[in-house]
Design a protein around this ligand. Structure first.
Ligand code: UD1
Ligand code: CA
Length: 464
């Protein structure tokens, strides 16, 4: 059965006290809504429909990066049932299994969503509802069951009598699975006859049962994965839960994390065995790290591919590839598609952008290498930079194999330095250097013996 997920994300989230819609607040490396789209995707949803409303443009712009996601705008917030209806109509969903998920419930696991959809996919239920019994059920919709354990009704907290509020303790965290055809056929029957005068998606239980359908309950024991974000304090609390879960999994898989409280890893990152993550390390996005690496302290990587036995100390990398046996830092910054090949070294206060650093090459100190193709076995002296920008264009520097560039060299691109060439320290390279040549650009040296003391005497005399 094909699966569609509808994610409710039109709400403002007043308690966040923010200019931004609630679902755009970040948890680890991505906004809340993207945790839910991810869980839906991993659960097998082929289509993901996000209902946007408050701050719609911001949510849409963010979700444009997720190709399997469609946004449907709910211009008036008339309740969760209305939001689902807008999604069904806007995205023409009327078959398969339909998950309805809360956009502010980022920790829900794909495994749980699969379990939720099962009664609909395999056992003919028209709807399935996730449920648990929290320590304090206040505020949640309450489930009523029949003798078979099926759900007969959900009563919102605000619609509960005091007796119902006290006796009904199984709660609705806001995650549902529906038979899409039955949902689409009957959603028009929702009404606003309740305390809040809203269309409640929770009323689908009674409507579907009225048509002779079954509504299953799917229980979960893990209360943490059902937590929602309504305030900044809850955002911090859930962030810590997500961090701890991911760190626990990595340690299980053979990664050493010296201080799990200060190590932050996104949900899609992979780290190989016997790699050590030192304190204040952050690994985000699609980053992959191989085995036997040492990262940190203070290393942050976003969307990077790191090989084996790599050491990255106080290194920031964004969108770069770092091959086996590379060492970087302390204080290296690599970005913009840089590729550091096997055994190379990028040292202290060095920035590498959109460049290839060849096998075993070294850029040890205080350099900027941008838009450069560098061969293997190259040594770049301290303080040397590629002058890649002429004010209008970015130009390339090409450095062959086994080139030695002396310290404080300016390579004014576009320029090519041939294999095995030698560039004298403090040169400004504006012409191509042939292979095996010496390039030297330096004013003639002068030595004036005894000059310093004569100058001092002259200055003292002029004071009298
Ligand atoms: C809902 C459930 C309640 C459940 C609780 C769990 C209903 C009627 N009640 O209540 O049983 O215990 O969630 O958190 O569904 N939204 C829209 N458009 C709207 C209204 C809401 O997109 O018109 C979105 C919100 O942004 C939010 C989600 O739907 O992500 C839930 O809405 P919310 O108002 O928080 O529902 P609750 O009253 O908490
Ligand atoms: Ca809520």
């Amino acid at each position: 059965m094909p699966m569609t997920a509808i994610i409710l994300a039109a709400g403002e989230g007043t308690r966040m006290k923010s200019r931004h819609p609630k679902v755009m607040h970040k948890l680890l490396d991505r906004p809340l809504v993207s945790w839910v789209t991810r869980a839906a995707r991993l659960a097998g949803a082929e289509r993901i429909v996000v209902v946007v409303g408050h701050g719609a443009d911001e949510v849409r712009a963010h979700l444009a990066g997720e190709k399997d996601v469609e946004c449907v705008e709910q211009t008036e917030r008339l309740g969760t049932g209305h939001a689902v209806r807008v999604a069904l109509e806007g995205a023409r969903v009327n078959k398969g299994a339909v998950l309805v998920l809360n956009g502010d419930g980022p920790l829900v696991e794909s495994e749980t969503l699969r379990r939720l959809a099962k009664p609909v996919i395999d056992d003919g239920a028209a709807e399935a509802i996730l449920t648990w019994t929290p320590a304090d059920p206040f505020g949640y919709g309450r489930l009523e069951f029949n003798a078979e354990g099926d759900v007969t009704r959900i009563i919102e907290q605000k619609d509960c009598t005091p007796e119902q509020a006290a006796s009904l303790t199984a709660c609705n965290p806001g995650f549902y699975a529906f038979d899409g055809a039955k949902l689409a056929a009957h959603i028009g029957e929702l009404s606003t006859a309740n305390v809040q005068h809203e269309y409640y998606v929770t009323d689908m239980v009674e409507i579907l049962r009225g048509h002779g359908e079954r509504v299953a309950a799917v229980r979960t024991e893990d209360a943490d994965e059902l937590l929602g974000v309504n305030s900044r304090a809850q955002l911090a609390q859930l962030t810590a839960i997500a961090r701890d879960r991911i760190n626990a999994r990595l340690m299980d898989e053979g990664v050493t994390i010296v201080d799990p409280a200060t190590t932050w890893v996104g949900p899609d990152v992979t780290v190989g065995r016997d790699t050590v993550l030192l304190p204040m390390t952050m690994l985000w996005g699609s980053t992959t790290v191989g085995e036997e690496c040492v990262l940190g302290p203070n290393t942050r990587l976003t969307d990077c591919a790191v090989g084996n036995r790599v050491s990255l100390e106080e290194t920031v990398g964004v969108d770069v590839t770092i091959d086996d046996d590379v060492t970087c830092g302390p204080r290296a910054y690599l970005r913009g598609g840089a590729h550091v090949l096997e055994g190379a070294h990028v040292g202290t206060h060095v920035e590498i952008k959109n460049s290839t650093i060849g096998r075993g090459s070294k850029v040890p100190h205080l350099s900027y290498i941008g838009d450069c193709t560098m061969g293997s076995g190259v040594n770049i002296g301290g303080g040397s930079i590629t002058c890649n920008y002429d004010g209008v264009h970015k130009n390339r520097t090409v450095i062959g194999n086994d080139v030695f560039v002396g310290s404080d060299t300016m390579m004014v691109a576009p320029v090519t330095i041939g294999d095995g060439a030698l560039v004298g320290a403090s040169s400004c390279v504006t012409k191509d250097v042939p292979a095996d040549a010496l390039y030297l650009e330096r004013a003639e040296q002068r030595i004036v013996e005894g000059y310093a003391s004569r100058r001092l005497e002259r200055l003292k005399r002029s004071e009298d």
